[in-house]
Write a protein that binds this ligand. Structure first.
Ligand SMILES: NC(=O)CC[C@H](N)C(=O)O
Length: 441
């Protein structure tokens, strides 16, 4: 809507509608104050009569729009993704747990939501977990009509059914401008009365161990007849990681994030560490397990995203929080072993500080945009990890070869009789080791 028209609009209607003027230079000049101005508007609530929704950042900016999800209120870390497609996959990716997800792609919902068909491994074919994991979604322009051969419901119906609030009519360009400037920020999404968001308590989801919430409670086996047995440490694994390993012919034992794998190393031909939500620093048990495994395990270990961070922490690196993270499907990463650049799918807010590498380790990939770490590798042992998502879903399949390389290596080492652990290894369960440590402390 032209800004002038918005300014001459009935102020009550305008106040209900939206918040931002996009008037060129004025946009940049007065961004901070314009955000909370109720005067200008260029988007509409999704349908006449739909509930008003508000997104309020902890830093004070408020965006008003229309609700198209569940009529509930929530708080989360407001993060944005630049992906153009893949909202069903992103919203069910456990790594988005605790977050309010902003889509920079303005038109969202136009291909609806697919059904819950399962593949031959028992995994949902079109989702990355059983349910929506993000706390809410924020879009510029929700498409009220959808069309796709496998859609069974609208994005609005899905959100409502799963109790997830959703807001449309938000100037996501202005919102992302703020988030890029000040970094990922706590936000409240409230539906209903104008003041609903004032009642919200600001609780940062990252203070909790979100991995413990997302992980499986018990061991689950996929593709039981696979010829090599992979322990997949579940920090909140996306289904396509499990599927990608199974599709290579591997048997996958999905184990809880704090499972005592050190006591079972001999039964695994390879170890894989999944993606997962929140800060890696909460996963002390996993880091402890990996540190012990690095000393004695001789077969391949591979990590993805949270898995890269946990392997890095176990190797002796530190992790830090990125200002606004890298979330999208077109992030360039350079393989430092070949110089080749690959386009990758990403979703992370933390990164390894790889400025000084621990002895025996090297950088594997680096982000070609911001220079942040995209992976590490051991120089002698078959241990590697990547910060991006070779399993895609959504995103490009450029790096799917990493699954084939991993399982091929696992298979080759098994065939040539490489023992799982070094000779003389004393398999002390981690809990017992911890007790010993505290007893001698
Ligand atoms: N996708 C992931 O595994 C994300 C890892 C971690 N939660 C981060 O945000 O950096």
């Amino acid at each position: 809507m032209p800004v002038l028209a918005a300014l001459t609009m009935n102020p009550v209607t305008a106040a209900k509608r939206s918040v931002l003027s996009l008037a060129g230079a004025a946009f940049k000049r007065s961004l901070a104050s314009a955000v909370s101005s109720p005067l200008a508007a260029h988007h509409y609530p999704v349908t006449p009569g739909s509930l008003t929704a508000h997104l309020k950042l902890k830093s004070g900016e408020t965006f008003t729009g229309g609700s198209f999800g569940a009529p509930v209120s929530t708080v989360g870390e407001t993060v944005f993704t630049t992906s153009l497609v893949g909202y069903p996959e992103s919203m069910t990716d456990p790594s988005y747990r605790g977050q309010l997800l902003v889509f920079t792609q303005p038109l969202i919902g136009n291909y609806g939501v697919p059904g819950r068909a399962r593949d031959g491994f028992g995994l949902l074919s079109h989702f990355e977990s059983e349910k929506i994991q993000c706390r809410g979604i924020i879009v510029g322009d929700y498409a009220t009509k959808y069309s796709h051969w496998n859609a069974v419901e609208s994005l609005s119906e899905w959100c409502e059914r799963e109790g997830i609030p959703a807001i449309t009519g938000v100037d996501t360009r202005a919102l992302v401008h703020i988030l890029r400037g000040q970094g990922s920020t706590l936000g409240s999404l409230s539906v209903g009365g104008e003041k609903a968001c004032d009642a919200i308590e600001w609780v940062d989801p990252n203070v909790d161990n979100l991995v413990a919430q997302a992980s499986t409670d018990s061991v689950r086996v996929f593709n039981p007849n696979g010829d090599v047995n992979i322990a997949l440490i579940d920090c909140g694994a996306k289904y396509n990681i499990i599927r990608s390993l199974c599709a290579q012919g591997a048997r996958v034992s999905l184990v809880p994030w704090n499972h005592n794998i050190v006591a079972e190393l001999d039964s695994y031909d390879g170890i894989f560490i999944s993606n997962g939500p929140g800060s890696p620093t909460h996963c002390i048990e996993t880091i402890d397990q990996l540190r012990q495994a690095f000393d004695v395990y001789q077969r391949p270990i591979f990590g993805i995203c949270m898995g890269n961070q946990l392997m890095g922490l176990a190797a002796g690196l530190n992790a830090y929080k990125l200002r606004f993270g890298n979330r999208g499907h077109n992030q360039p990463a350079v393989d430092l072993t070949t110089g080749k650049c690959v386009i990758t799918s990403q979703n992370h807010g933390y990164a390894l500080d790889d400025s000084v590498m621990p002895s025996g380790w090297d950088r594997f990939y680096v982000n070609a945009n911001d220079g942040s770490n995209e992976g590490i590798r051991h120089l002698e042992k078959p241990f590697r990890s990547v910060q991006f998502h070779p399993e895609a879903k959504g995103g490009p399949l450029d790096t799917a070869y990493l699954f084939a390389e991993f399982v091929d290596q696992v298979r080759a080492m098994k065939a040539t009789g490489v023992a799982a652990t070094t000779a003389g290894y004393n398999s002390v369960p981690v809990d017992a080791a911890k007790q010993q440590q505290s007893a001698t402390a």
